[in-house]
Ligand binder design. Sequence first.
Ligand code: 5GP
Ligand code: ZN
Length: 137
Amino acid sequence: MADNCIFCKIAAGQIPSVKIYEDEKVIAFLDVGPVSDGHTLVIPKQHYTKVHECPPEILASITSVLPKVAGAVFAALAVDGYNVLCNNGRAAGQLVEHLHFHIIPRKTGDGVFSHWPAFKYPQGKAEELAEKIRAKL
Ligand code: 5GP
Ligand code: ZN
């Protein structure tokens, strides 16, 4: 358990949460500061901060639970869709440094993520970026 990690404490049952699902490796509970009704967090019980720091087998445990929980959220709340979101690093909006996947129920036109700053690459830029990334695989 990481020092002063709120999600480690939730996973250990040391602080309360409104639980949706739990197994040996994974726990899902309602977000205490939801952006929509039923906003749920799915976390590994072990402490990892970012996706690329988490062993694939632990990620596999999480992703094998995601369809079950997302499906239940979708079916229970009569929503039109949902986002599965994982913020990695403070710059990406990660405030709790224990890996977590948000399941955010969505209704058409709810405006939850109203700004998506898409743009187009200039000539050659996509290939240049891909080359850099592939070199680190
Ligand atoms: P992040 O910005 O790190 O991706 O999201 C962290 C999320 O955890 C936020 O949506 C926040 O509301 C939620 N959160 C923070 N502390 C607690 C807590 O003690 N209990 C629960 N259930 N959710 C929390
Ligand atoms: Zn933790």
